[in-house]
Write a new protein. Structure first.
Length: 241
């Protein structure tokens, strides 16, 4: 992989405290939906190979889109404070793509995407790509957040469900007592019963997990104990998001 220079095109809030950073897409840059890249801060100097100067992000945009978009919760870290303070037009570097969390090619088998919080990011790319290609593959997203206001890309996902007959969104909120918004959907954690209800009609599903390490490990254990083949469970952990 070779680093490339890009400009920051825009910053948009996609949930409370969660920002999407829109970057130039270099000519010839190609990737598969679900892959990631490193973003390197300008003038990082000696920190360019440390967590203060670079960070790995899943690519939110789909391969056919003209921008590269990454999304993060704005924690109080050196890297994120520096990234958040960059003006539009700032120069950054990217390094990638990399990663193997990509959808299987047998479209007759369903894909079940299980995301916790900001772990949604690679799945947005997958779902946009599937819609763009008009893939007949059955896809379901099981998406857990504390509150609707914390849920990145919720409006887009609801719209996707309306326009893509092969996609189903099953979102759940775990802390509605602290929410200022209404919610008529699922509440509580994603457990074995939740998964079985959400996937009952799906053909031979393969599961994809993305989120905090503890959540990913718990989901993997739960699926195995529920009788799903561990070879049909693929995962990626998000550290420091």
């Amino acid at each position: 992989m070779t680093t490339q220079t890009v400009h920051l095109l825009a910053k948009t809030e996609v949930a409370r405290g969660t920002i999407a950073f829109h970057l130039e897409k270099p000519a010839g840059f190609s990737f598969r939906a679900g892959q990631a890249m490193d973003v390197i801060l300008p003038n990082a100097g000696e920190a360019r190979n440390t967590g203060d100067g670079r960070h790995a992000f899943s690519i939110v945009s789909a391969p056919h889109e003209t921008e590269l978009v990454v999304t993060t919760r704005m924690r109080d870290s050196t890297f994120k404070k520096a990234l958040g303070s960059l003006p539009i037009g700032a120069v950054l570097e990217i390094d990638g793509p990399f990663g193997s969390l990509t959808l299987h090619k047998k479209v007759e088998r369903a894909g079940v995407l299980i995301a916790g919080g900001i772990g949604i990011t690679p799945f947005i790319s997958m779902l946009r790509d599937a819609a763009h290609r008009q893939s007949p593959q059955p896809l379901a997203l099981l998406y857990s957040n504390r509150r609707p206001e914390d849920t990145a890309f919720l409006a887009e996902l609801r719209q996707m469900e309306k326009t893509n007959p092969h996609f189903r969104l099953v979102a759940t909120m775990t802390d509605m007592a602290q929410s200022s918004q209404s919610w008529s959907g699922e509440t509580g954690i994603i457990d074995a019963d939740y998964v079985k209800r959400a996937t009952a009609t799906l053909p031979a599903p393969i599961f994809y997990l993305c989120g905090p390490p503890g959540m990913v490990e718990a989901m993997r254990t739960m699926l195995t104990e529920a009788g799903y083949d561990e070879d049909d469970v693929r995962s990626e952990e998000f550290y420091g998001y």
